[in-house]
Ligand binder design. Structure first.
Ligand code: FES
Length: 96
């Protein structure tokens, strides 16, 4: 794939962690309320891996396993975005 925002191995490590952790916490898929999908490139191509959380539309940089744990605990469970990792906010339905 050759991602420009993060090494492929780092991206794969984050993806594997995210899948595993959401499942462990009972958050995965329709039963847990968190659906996930993997994109090859979001055209930011810097400070990745990049993670998006919708419907709030928060774009996160440096989505390493440690930072994904923070995003899961604070944002997905706690409902509060992790501001020091957020690089953009674009909620669904607000773009014209
Ligand atoms: S390679 Fe990650 S956003 Fe483009």
């Amino acid at each position: 794939m050759g991602g420009k925002c993060a090494d492929d191995a780092i991206q794969q490590e984050s993806w594997t962690f995210l899948k595993k952790r959401l499942k462990e916490l009972g958050l995965a898929d329709r039963d847990g309320g968190v659906l996930r999908s993997k994109a090859d490139c979001l055209r930011i191509c810097m400070q990745g891996p990049i993670a998006l959380v919708y419907p709030e539309g928060i774009w996160y940089q440096r989505a390493t396993p440690a930072n994904l744990e923070r995003i899961i605990q604070q944002h997905l469970i706690g409902g509060r975005p992790v501001t020091d990792l957020a690089i953009a906010r674009e909620p669904l339905g607000q773009r014209r």
